[in-house]
Ligand binder design. Structure first.
Ligand code: GDP
Ligand code: IMO
Ligand code: MG
Length: 442
């Protein structure tokens, strides 16, 4: 732990394949008044973080989930790929809801700028992959192409908008992108109408003008200053640990590191500032997009029951989420990789079946595998245990002693598993609002 006089950073990440309820738990944690700012450190507008509090609903794609707290500073770090059109749209939407966040939003000049061509390249790449049967099912927010350009050192940085050569850089990159699109057209027949691209360019240039008026800074210096003056920061992960580009089921992953280790790179601070690493999970599992999902509920009708009861439709794309049983094998892997020590469990109000399963192992080559595999496609079956369903009557319960006996059994089972991994339950969510929470240790 760092010097006692200094502030600390708590990190919050999703423990599954995304949409665990991270936005709600960030928003809820801020009520403790421990933090003075919330930072997004990776990902882009592929995220969809739902906030429901004090009668206000908001889905943040790029804006950090502290936006509904009037005094909270909001930071966007250098590992984020910034969709400037989404950014401007969300700032406007928040202003209409009574939250003028522009003065308290700080964007790293080292963050990556998503260009108006990236979402088209994302679509083009997906069309190409469809032909080869390996579609990822991306959010089409240009995430892969934006990170590719960044790593290939031809991308645009947020801070570039302040330099005289910005237009020149945009033209050079656009030329490169046009050539790529030509290739996709000639080789794979994928085409985007020129007037559509022109319209996107126009909207993007307008948004860039808005961006120029925002607080663009060397965020690392600002964060260091806040921490050195004793202020604490909550760092918000996007996506989920199972979508990490290095440790997930490549290539069915997102294009950034979702592990808390990436927080240090996104904010430009050493790991010694980290205090707690919070993990968010649901009482079952969901996944949106392509790729393998070993814990997926095999009976389609049962899967549909969870999808409907849990309103499992993507907050960014509206796509139905695949539903699976709680996957303890994947959870163990995620906790080991991340060092999560405190856990939020959401959706304990959702259980439309009398019995549930939990996945405790993966079968590969006819045997229980001790390791999370490089390719999930190798997993032919899963090992499960049966537990009683806990019913739908726990909606809105805030008192631990009032939950159904079956939910108590289920949570105690999960609690024991987590304890063996060095993590404890902090709270259990019984509904979408921040008020629908059981403080598990009370
Ligand atoms: P995030 O991406 O991790 O922030 O999660 P999303 O916002 O994409 O998806 C979580 C969804 O579950 C949202 O619609 C939330 O309002 C909702 N939600 C969060 N916690 C609970 C809960 O405990 N019960 C129920 N029924 N809904 C919840
Ligand atoms: P939040 O932060 C769930 C998934 C996509 C796709 C894969 C790659 O709301 O939890 P990308 O657009 O990143 O190139 O898509 O990752 N994905 C998410 N799934 N929640 C998210 O974010 C996601 N962000 C990306 O569905 O399978
Ligand atoms: Mg989401």
């Amino acid at each position: 732990m760092n010097d006692q006089k200094k502030g600390f950073v708590d990190v919050l990440v999703g423990l599954q394949w995304g949409d665990e309820g991270k936005g709600k738990n960030i928003d809820d944690l801020l009520l403790s008044k421990v933090y003075s700012g919330v930072a997004r450190f990776q990902g882009g507008a592929n995220a969809g973080h739902t906030l429901n509090s004090a009668g206000v609903s908001f889905i943040g794609h790029i804006i950090p989930s502290g936006c509904l707290h009037q005094d909270m500073e909001l930071y966007i770090g250098s590992e984020v790929v910034v969709d400037v059109i989404s950014l401007v749209k969300e700032i406007k939407e928040l202003k209409e809801k009574g939250f003028d966040i522009a003065p308290r939003l700080y964007i790293s000049n080292r963050a990556k700028l998503v260009s108006y061509m990236h979402s088209y390249l994302d679509l083009a790449d997906e069309a190409y992959r469809s032909n080869t049967g390996s579609k990822i099912g991306t959010t089409a927010r240009g995430i892969g192409p934006a990170y590719s350009d960044s790593r290939a050192r031809r991308g645009l940085l947020i801070g570039d908008v302040m330099f005289a050569d910005f237009d020149d850089k945009v033209e050079k990159l656009s030329l490169f992108h046009n050539n790529l699109l030509k290739l996709y057209k000639e080789e794979y027949g994928f085409e985007i109408a020129t007037d559509k691209i022109e319209e996107s360019k126009k909207n993007w240039i307008e948004a860039i003008e808005e961006l120029k008026k925002m607080n663009i800074c060397d965020l690392s210096y600002l964060i260091h200053e806040r921490l050195e003056s004793g202020k604490n920061i909550l760092a918000e992960g996007a996506q989920g640990l199972m979508l990490d580009i290095d440790f997930g089921d490549y290539p069915n992953v997102t294009s950034s590191n979702t592990l808390p280790a990436n927080m240090c790179l996104g904010l430009g601070i050493p790991h010694s500032y980290i205090r707690n690493i919070y993990g968010v999970m649901k009482a079952y599992t969901t996944k949106v997009g392509g790729g393998n999902f070993p814990a997926r509920i095999k009976d389609e009708a049962v899967e549909k029951l969870f999808q409907d009861a849990g309103h499992e439709f993507g907050a960014t794309t509206g796509r139905p989420r695949m539903c699976g049983w709680l996957d303890l094998f994947a959870l163990e892997y995620a906790i080991k990789l991340s060092g999560v020590n405190k856990v939020f469990i959401n959706k304990s109000d959702i259980c439309p079946t009398d019995k549930v399963k939990v996945v405790t192992g993966y079968i590969k080559d006819g045997k229980n595998t001790p390791e999370f595999p490089l390719r999930l496609a190798e997993i032919t079956d899963v090992v499960t245990e049966d537990l009683p369903g806990w019913g739908q009557e726990n909606f809105g319960v805030t008192d631990k002693s009032k939950i159904s006996p079956e939910l108590k059994t289920y949570m105690e089972y999960v609690e024991n598993k987590l304890k063996n991994l060095g993590a404890e339950i902090v709270s259990v969510g019984t509904g979408p609002s921040r008020e629908h929470t059981i403080d598990w240790n009370k």
